[in-house]
Ligand binder design. Structure first.
Ligand SMILES: [Mg+2]
Length: 376
């Protein structure tokens, strides 16, 4: 029986992947490289399932912490267990190491990929079945050099992408207003979202957000620090544009607080924040139950994590605002998958083949490896 197969080996890689541009966000910048952790689980029949932890030290945590969580604290809970024990393994992992949500997302991804490959089922089928074949893609506009972003806008237009998220709050309010005006004038066919990544000071937040709201973006995301929850609720009340929470809501526990406080109109759901795909589905259902909208966010990810998010959204009808899985196509110098993460006419294509649908290319993984452990 498929589900009785034991997991015999766990491999963990810490990779640094070169990127082609700089990204400025309200909480910090990324340039030169992004750090990710890849985990591979081998079953006794020889099949391997893979998952990715995409950490950002200023947001979720560090890649070093993800690596240690998997290698030291989670490994003993996994090796020797059977594939059919996914829920029990995830429950044990939740309590074996605090936080480290990216490591837990990587673990659940690898367990699902492994089970899907052995059972010849896509991961979305293991998450309840699919509700969509494609997901609208949003690309972030976040380069400190505006000319570089305009070149990216031209490429996106040519590629058929029609949603962008303008990253704001890193270079002053006047700069944000100038860029919004420019985008509305020169790129009228694009849907625009705005994301501050906590970048506004609490003294100025309401005034700045109200002025940005005059451009009528689809939503304005996380203008202030994650812990300023009552201010989030006040900002929400002060504008007609929907307010989205990102850094304020990691998992279902935060979602419960957000609902009780009336913190926002919607939530950016990321498997790296929730600690897995099934917990991401839980957040989406909690949001839906109170009339909050849900968006498929991501971290600075490679294609492997994009695939996990894609399968999760494909199986989660409550996530209606598209996704931002743009890094594999528009930010990484080279992705790590065997074949490209598929985006066509501005839509992410949901894979139909077993597991995640595409495996990492182990030569590329080796090329970018900083450290590796198989537990021996
Ligand atoms: Mg965000």
């Amino acid at each position: 029986m498929t589900v009785d197969q034991k997991i015999t080996q766990m491999n963990v890689w810490h990779l640094q992947l070169p990127v082609n541009a700089r990204r400025d966000h309200g909480i910090g910048s990324v340039e030169h490289v992004v750090d990710i952790v890849v985990v591979g689980l081998v079953a006794e029949g020889g099949e391997t399932g893979y998952g990715e932890a995409s950490s950002w030290s200023v947001f979720t945590g560090s890649a070093e912490a993800s690596f240690a969580a998997l290698d030291r604290y989670i490994r003993p809970l996994v090796v020797g267990r059977t594939i059919g024990e996914r829920a029990a393994i995830m429950k044990d992992a939740a309590y074996a190491v605090a936080h480290c949500t990216e490591a837990k997302a990587a673990l659940e991804t690898a367990l699902l990929d492994l089970q899907g490959r052995i059972a010849s089922m896509p991961v979305w089928a293991l998450l309840g079945g699919k509700c969509r074949e494609t997901i609208p893609l949003s690309c972030s506009i976040a380069d400190p050099d505006w000319e570089t972003d305009i070149k990216l806008m031209e490429r996106l237009r040519e590629d058929g992408v029609r949603i962008i998220k303008l990253k704001t709050g890193f270079k002053g309010h006047a700069y944000d207003m100038m860029r919004l005006d420019y985008l509305r004038t020169h790129y009228p066919e694009f849907q625009i979202r705005v994301d501050y990544n906590q970048g506004l000071h609490h003294d100025d937040a309401i005034k700045c957000v109200q002025e940005v709201a005059t451009f009528e973006p689809d939503f304005i995301e996380q203008p202030v620090k994650a812990h300023l929850r009552s201010l989030m609720a006040r900002i929400r009340d002060s504008i007609d544009v929907p307010l989205l929470a990102d850094e304020s809501i990691f998992g279902p526990e935060d979602m419960q607080t957000a609902i009780a406080m009336g913190l926002s109109d919607g939530v950016s759901i990321k498997i790296m924040k929730t600690g897995g795909l099934t917990r991401a589905q839980t957040v989406a259902r909690m949001a839906h139950s109170v009339g909050m909208s849900a968006y498929g966010g991501d971290m600075f990810e490679a294609g492997l994590a994009h695939l996990a998010g894609t399968h999760m959204i494909a199986a989660t009808p409550e996530i209606t605002l598209g996704c931002e899985f743009y890094q594999a196509s528009y930010f990484l110098v080279e992705d790590i998958l065997e074949s490209p993460f598929e985006v066509r006419d501005g839509q992410v294509i949901v894979p139909q083949t077993p597991g995640l649908g595409i495996k990492p290319d182990l030569d590329k993984v080796a090329k970018y490896t900083l450290s590796f452990s198989n537990g021996k």
